[in-house]
Design a protein around this ligand. Sequence first.
Ligand SMILES: C[S@@+](CC[C@H](N)C(=O)[O-])C[C@H]1O[C@@H](n2cnc3c(N)ncnc32)[C@H](O)[C@@H]1O
Length: 311
Amino acid sequence: MINTIERHFPAYKGELKKLYGFKKNYLFLDLTLGDGGHTEEALEAGCRVVSFDIDIEAIKRAVSFVPEEFSPLIFESDNVSVPAPKDFSWIIIRGNFIKVGEFAKKLELPKFDGIMVDLGPSQFQILSPERGFSFNTDEPLDMRLTKDLGVTAADLLAVLNEGELVELFNLADEPFAKPLARIIAKQRTISPIRTTRQLADLVYRVKKGRPGKIHPATKVFMALRMAVNLERENINLLLPQLPGLLVKDGFMGIISFHSGEDKLVKEFIKKEEERGVLSAINEKPIEPSKSELSISKRTRSAKLRIAKKNN
Ligand SMILES: C[S@@+](CC[C@H](N)C(=O)[O-])C[C@H]1O[C@@H](n2cnc3c(N)ncnc32)[C@H](O)[C@@H]1O
């Protein structure tokens, strides 16, 4: 079943207690539950936690991984209408984190001591067969984190014109954006590009198998995933809501895996510093520790920025 895929190893695993100063009854908002590693760390430290995830499969997995003693109260986004019990210890909300302000109001949640946003898909989502995130297997090019989204990666490859495809690939800093857009526009007049293998083969053709530090198709797949799931748009809608959800001196931390996302976070924190709302805790993003890098290669591109709410 879904648990045949190994548990996601979250970036900064084991470091949250120190970074946030977790203590008993600390109120923690984990906006990206995933496999529940960060949430579990908070629960184990005695925090009360509200977790979000857009993907119901991710929620099922997190619940199966987190020790049974922490039994969550689960809300679907369309049944968030009544106040949450005041003495909750763990609430999970299945929905898009851009609705966090609205849901916090409906559930009458108190302000949080700390917030975590760990962007991007989890290893489970990338490795799940049939979800279309992986260039290592042949699957339909889907890439949606939730079926609530209407447009798949295959749809984008079918409808975007060549110029729009260049823009899309530039999102992930793909250096071969133009020749890739050209070959896709040409290929789809012959037959539609519907699978991960078809797309990966086109990338190999353009790059002529050039070896690099990363797999040749990594950036193309990343760009599609970002566009399908409106990742940049979601970050831009989420960030302005976060300071209002924090208590004075509360912390918000955002982990990104792509320089474009990190730039959005950096600029947001800078703007809020100028308005006196936030203070950046770190000028440069916090890099994962050496011991963490030795366990998980994926976290090598992680960047964590933390800011404190001023008043
Ligand atoms: C990198 S994983 C988080 C891993 C997690 N920190 C852990 O310890 O396992 C990101 C998670 O955020 C979820 N996610 C991405 N965008 C989201 C959004 N807009 N709203 C809610 N959840 C989202 C994904 O479904 C995924 O499960």
